[in-house]
Write a protein that binds this ligand. Structure first.
Ligand code: MLT
Length: 207
């Protein structure tokens, strides 16, 4: 176990095995932690450095990256504060570990804070792969995401994020100038092998 509590988030860091690949910022879903997406990161971006923080908010004991009022209803003031805090952590971790700007790989709650970070602190991320994302803000801040690659993978039968909701976050990011690829995969809210294959191809194209 190589979890560390240094810097302002409990996190895991795996150094790059190959030079020149963008680092990957792993952002877990509700109830998971910094260990959850390490295997996925290794599978879809082999050789890339992995930075994996644990969300600081606890909901009935389950770690998350920001508070919510109900399923799919976010405490936007908390989301804004937590997004700034996570963005500052990424800056400090980049200095500590000597990293370039990372590409976020977020699942569910982690995808939602990654989308918030793109809109609030676009300079922090080189791009993002968002699995089962929904719009983080009712009224998104204006951002310039020109040339940022974004992959959104939505489940065609996701009961938590119906496709029209997923299309809204895709539109918000595209309106800000991001190069958005939005793909629908057969399945619900959970990760599938089709997601893994799509992610692998997308990260390979960025290597
Ligand atoms: C969220 O709270 O970010 C979304 O409802 C996804 C989830 O964590 O279940």
């Amino acid at each position: 176990m190589n979890t560390t509590t240094e810097l302002s988030f409990i996190h895991r860091f795996e150094p790059a095995g190959l030079p020149g690949l963008p680092p990957v910022l792993l952002l877990h879903g509700t109830g998971a932690d910094e260990n959850d997406l390490i295997g996925l990161g290794r599978a879809v971006a082999p050789g890339a450095a992995l930075l994996s923080p644990r969300g600081k908010v606890l909901e009935n004991g389950m770690p998350r990256f920001f508070r919510r009022l109900a399923e799919g209803r976010f405490d936007e003031a908390d989301l804004r504060r937590r997004t700034e805090e996570l963005a500052d952590f990424i800056g400090a971790a980049r200095e500590a570990y000597g990293l370039a700007a990372p590409i976020a790989l977020g699942f569910s709650n982690g995808a939602n804070i990654a989308a918030a970070m793109l809109l609030m602190r676009p300079e922090v991320l080189a791009g993002a792969a968002l699995i089962r994302a929904m719009p983080p803000f009712a009224d998104p801040p204006e951002a310039d995401l020109a040339d940022k690659p974004v992959l959104i993978l939505s489940g065609s039968a996701d009961p938590l994020v119906p496709l029209p909701v997923a299309e809204r976050v895709a539109a918000q990011l595209a309106d800000a100038g991001a190069g958005v690829e939005h793909k629908r995969v057969p399945g619900g809210h959970g990760l599938t092998q089709i997601d893994v294959a799509q992610l692998g191809a997308w990260f390979k194209a960025r290597g």
